[in-house]
Design a protein around this ligand. Structure first.
Ligand SMILES: C[S@@+](CC[C@H](N)C(=O)[O-])C[C@H]1O[C@@H](n2cnc3c(N)ncnc32)[C@H](O)[C@@H]1O
Length: 273
């Protein structure tokens, strides 16, 4: 059963603690939506569903300017950050609004492009959200999706802490109603939606130098203790605060190792309606 908040909405597994939102805000269209960018042209309309703090949305908006971009998310915290970033960058063709991926407040065929990045993995009904995204896409429009596949995550050196971290992450994600390996299912979920054409591929994230492995180790050191993951893990008995502190400290150690390496694949899809 999916975690629910007081509004009857599913709870976003990571929550919106600054350590989570700060990391999302480092993303960019160039790095995270490189598959979609070549298909965006000036004047298009675009929706970014589950846009978070909007650092990717801003890059997509620039690509379609003066066309209008809309970022939607269920979190006011994330959207406040997104609006502030767009104001600072003086991006005029971008607006943000609260909306649920299951029930977008737009009529059929409203957008010539749609984007989803790391959202479906958190939903108990990802196929319904995809159907809704395709509904608001205009005939001929393009959708670009990127979703993680934690089942492909590799830590070297492999330790009992890196193994336990992956176990805890997996169990929390599933307990919250999501699928941490959803990246491999994009073709399968899109196939019944009657798109004209699809291109399915994968994107690898890898960290193999002192700076990036230290960042990755420390990110999870903080996140498994301070974000919503810690709350779900401890409240459901998946782990304890003591174990999370130990695993976190070991991930920090892992990130400092001179031979540390991490990689993980993300499923990526493009579809044309
Ligand atoms: C991992 S973050 C990704 C944010 C952004 N796409 C990025 O990659 O930086 C997932 C986002 O999905 C949002 N979200 C979760 N459930 C949602 C829903 N049902 N409708 C819209 N957004 C949702 C969360 O609030 C969160 O901001």
């Amino acid at each position: 059963m999916a975690g629910m908040n007081e509004n009857g909405r599913e709870t976003y597994m990571h929550g919106h603690h600054p350590v989570v939102v700060d990391e999302h805000a480092r993303r960019s269209a160039k790095r995270n939506a490189a598959h979609l960018l070549p298909h965006l042209t000036s004047g298009m309309s675009l929706i970014d569903i589950g846009c978070g703090p909007g650092s990717i949305t801003a890059g997509l908006a620039k690509a379609i300017g003066p066309g209008q971009a809309v970022g939607v998310d269920t979190s006011e915290t994330a959207l406040a950050r997104a609006r502030a970033n767009a104001d600072d960058a003086e991006i005029k063709n971008l607006e943000y609004q609260i909306a649920d991926a299951y029930d977008l407040p737009f009529s059929d065929g409203s957008f010539e492009a749609a984007h989803i990045h790391q959202v479906l993995q958190h939903l108990s009904k990802p196929k319904r959200a995809l159907q809704e995204a395709v509904r608001v896409l205009a005939p001929g429009g393009v959708i670009g999706i990127t979703e993680v596949d934690w089942g492909t995550a590799v830590f070297w050196p492999r330790t009992s802490a890196t193994d336990r971290f992956l176990e805890i992450y997996n169990e929390v994600a599933i307990r919250n109603g999501g699928d941490p390996n959803i990246g491999r299912r994009l073709r399968s979920m899109l196939e019944p939606l009657g798109l004209e054409r699809m291109e399915i591929g994968a994107l690898a994230w890898s960290f193999g130098d002192a700076e990036t492995t230290a960042q990755w180790g420390d990110l999870w050191w903080s996140r498994i203790q301070e974000s919503n993951i810690a709350t779900v893990a401890t409240e459901t008995g998946i782990s304890t605060s003591e174990e999370l502190a130990e695993v976190g400290a070991d991930l920090h150690e892992w990130g400092q190792a001179p031979d540390a390496f991490f990689s993980m694949t993300h499923g990526q899809a493009l579809g044309w309606k």
